[in-house]
Design a protein around this ligand. Sequence first.
Ligand code: CO
Length: 154
Amino acid sequence: MAIRKIITVGDDVLNKKCREVDAVDEKVISLLNDLRDTLKEANGVGLAAPQVGILKRIAVIDLPEEGGFFELINPSVIEFGGSQTDSEGCLSFPGQYGEVERPIYVKVKTLTREGKWVMLEGERLFARAVFHEIDHLDGKMFMRLVKKWVDEEE
Ligand code: CO
Protein backbone atom coordinates (compact mmCIF):
# COMPACT_ATOMS: atom_id res chain seq x y z
CA MET A 1 0.00 0.00 0.00
CA ALA A 2 1.23 3.42 -0.83
CA ILE A 3 0.22 6.96 -1.49
CA ARG A 4 0.78 7.77 -5.15
CA LYS A 5 1.33 11.18 -6.70
CA ILE A 6 -1.82 12.68 -8.22
CA ILE A 7 -1.22 14.01 -11.71
CA THR A 8 -2.69 17.44 -12.37
CA VAL A 9 -4.11 19.08 -15.46
CA GLY A 10 -1.56 19.82 -18.19
CA ASP A 11 -0.22 16.26 -18.26
CA ASP A 12 -1.36 14.48 -21.43
CA VAL A 13 -1.92 11.19 -19.58
CA LEU A 14 -5.23 12.67 -18.36
CA ASN A 15 -6.48 12.95 -21.95
CA LYS A 16 -5.86 9.33 -22.93
CA LYS A 17 -8.43 6.57 -23.15
CA CYS A 18 -7.75 3.75 -20.69
CA ARG A 19 -7.53 0.05 -21.55
CA GLU A 20 -9.85 -2.61 -20.16
CA VAL A 21 -8.48 -4.76 -17.35
CA ASP A 22 -7.92 -8.32 -18.68
CA ALA A 23 -7.69 -10.03 -15.31
CA VAL A 24 -8.03 -8.86 -11.73
CA ASP A 25 -4.55 -9.90 -10.61
CA GLU A 26 -2.18 -8.85 -7.82
CA LYS A 27 -1.17 -5.71 -9.71
CA VAL A 28 -4.79 -4.60 -9.99
CA ILE A 29 -5.44 -5.29 -6.29
CA SER A 30 -2.33 -3.36 -5.36
CA LEU A 31 -3.40 -0.44 -7.54
CA LEU A 32 -6.89 -0.46 -5.95
CA ASN A 33 -5.29 -0.33 -2.49
CA ASP A 34 -3.03 2.55 -3.53
CA LEU A 35 -5.94 4.45 -5.09
CA ARG A 36 -7.91 4.05 -1.84
CA ASP A 37 -4.99 5.26 0.28
CA THR A 38 -4.26 8.17 -2.07
CA LEU A 39 -7.92 9.22 -2.20
CA LYS A 40 -8.33 9.10 1.59
CA GLU A 41 -5.09 11.06 2.06
CA ALA A 42 -6.34 13.72 -0.40
CA ASN A 43 -9.81 13.82 1.19
CA GLY A 44 -11.44 13.38 -2.19
CA VAL A 45 -14.64 11.76 -3.46
CA GLY A 46 -13.18 9.83 -6.38
CA LEU A 47 -9.91 8.89 -8.01
CA ALA A 48 -9.25 7.15 -11.33
CA ALA A 49 -6.16 5.17 -12.35
CA PRO A 50 -5.07 7.68 -15.06
CA GLN A 51 -4.79 10.30 -12.29
CA VAL A 52 -1.85 8.29 -10.94
CA GLY A 53 -0.50 7.63 -14.44
CA ILE A 54 -1.97 4.15 -15.04
CA LEU A 55 -4.07 3.84 -18.20
CA LYS A 56 -6.38 1.10 -16.96
CA ARG A 57 -10.16 1.21 -16.50
CA ILE A 58 -10.06 1.34 -12.69
CA ALA A 59 -11.42 3.95 -10.27
CA VAL A 60 -12.48 4.30 -6.64
CA ILE A 61 -15.23 6.35 -5.02
CA ASP A 62 -15.46 7.22 -1.32
CA LEU A 63 -18.91 8.32 -0.15
CA PRO A 64 -19.37 7.32 3.50
CA GLU A 65 -22.84 8.85 3.61
CA GLU A 66 -24.07 7.01 0.51
CA GLY A 67 -23.10 3.44 1.18
CA GLY A 68 -19.34 3.64 1.64
CA PHE A 69 -16.41 2.85 -0.53
CA PHE A 70 -16.80 1.65 -4.12
CA GLU A 71 -14.32 0.09 -6.51
CA LEU A 72 -14.87 0.21 -10.25
CA ILE A 73 -13.06 -2.13 -12.65
CA ASN A 74 -14.12 -2.00 -16.32
CA PRO A 75 -17.29 -0.11 -15.33
CA SER A 76 -20.08 0.44 -17.83
CA VAL A 77 -23.26 2.43 -17.42
CA ILE A 78 -26.30 0.20 -17.88
CA GLU A 79 -28.99 2.75 -17.11
CA PHE A 80 -29.19 6.42 -16.20
CA GLY A 81 -31.77 9.13 -15.90
CA GLY A 82 -32.84 12.53 -14.72
CA SER A 83 -30.59 15.49 -14.23
CA GLN A 84 -28.81 17.41 -11.48
CA THR A 85 -26.69 20.53 -11.65
CA ASP A 86 -24.27 21.12 -8.82
CA SER A 87 -20.74 22.08 -7.98
CA GLU A 88 -18.08 19.57 -9.03
CA GLY A 89 -14.33 19.42 -8.57
CA CYS A 90 -11.40 17.12 -9.31
CA LEU A 91 -8.18 16.21 -7.48
CA SER A 92 -6.35 16.77 -10.78
CA PHE A 93 -7.62 20.35 -10.89
CA PRO A 94 -7.15 21.41 -7.27
CA GLY A 95 -9.16 24.23 -5.81
CA GLN A 96 -11.38 24.75 -8.86
CA TYR A 97 -15.12 24.05 -8.76
CA GLY A 98 -17.71 24.48 -11.44
CA GLU A 99 -21.38 23.80 -11.96
CA VAL A 100 -21.82 20.63 -13.98
CA GLU A 101 -24.99 18.91 -15.13
CA ARG A 102 -25.06 15.13 -14.69
CA PRO A 103 -27.74 12.45 -14.64
CA ILE A 104 -29.23 12.09 -11.15
CA TYR A 105 -29.48 8.30 -11.32
CA VAL A 106 -27.12 5.61 -12.51
CA LYS A 107 -26.91 1.86 -12.64
CA VAL A 108 -23.38 0.69 -13.39
CA LYS A 109 -21.98 -2.76 -14.08
CA THR A 110 -18.51 -3.39 -12.70
CA LEU A 111 -16.01 -6.08 -11.81
CA THR A 112 -15.17 -6.48 -8.13
CA ARG A 113 -11.68 -7.15 -6.78
CA GLU A 114 -12.84 -10.80 -6.48
CA GLY A 115 -13.31 -10.81 -10.25
CA LYS A 116 -17.12 -10.99 -10.16
CA TRP A 117 -19.51 -8.80 -12.15
CA VAL A 118 -21.95 -6.83 -10.01
CA MET A 119 -24.41 -3.99 -10.46
CA LEU A 120 -24.18 -0.82 -8.41
CA GLU A 121 -27.02 1.64 -8.32
CA GLY A 122 -27.35 5.09 -6.81
CA GLU A 123 -28.42 8.67 -7.07
CA ARG A 124 -27.10 12.19 -6.65
CA LEU A 125 -23.48 12.26 -5.44
CA PHE A 126 -22.96 8.60 -6.31
CA ALA A 127 -24.27 9.15 -9.85
CA ARG A 128 -22.19 12.32 -10.21
CA ALA A 129 -19.05 10.51 -9.06
CA VAL A 130 -19.61 7.51 -11.34
CA PHE A 131 -19.96 9.73 -14.43
CA HIS A 132 -16.97 11.86 -13.38
CA GLU A 133 -14.75 8.79 -12.91
CA ILE A 134 -15.85 7.01 -16.09
CA ASP A 135 -15.10 10.26 -17.96
CA HIS A 136 -11.52 10.04 -16.59
CA LEU A 137 -11.25 6.50 -18.02
CA ASP A 138 -12.23 7.93 -21.41
CA GLY A 139 -9.65 10.72 -21.14
CA LYS A 140 -12.22 13.42 -20.47
CA MET A 141 -12.01 16.07 -17.76
CA PHE A 142 -14.99 17.73 -16.05
CA MET A 143 -13.91 21.23 -17.14
CA ARG A 144 -15.44 20.72 -20.57
CA LEU A 145 -18.87 20.45 -18.92
CA VAL A 146 -18.64 23.43 -16.58
CA LYS A 147 -21.42 25.94 -17.16
CA LYS A 148 -20.27 28.37 -14.52
CA TRP A 149 -17.20 28.43 -12.29
CA VAL A 150 -17.98 28.85 -8.61
CA ASP A 151 -16.05 29.99 -5.57
CA GLU A 152 -14.37 27.33 -3.50
CA GLU A 153 -16.75 25.08 -1.62
CA GLU A 154 -17.44 25.79 2.04
CO1 CO B 1 -11.55 13.91 -11.29
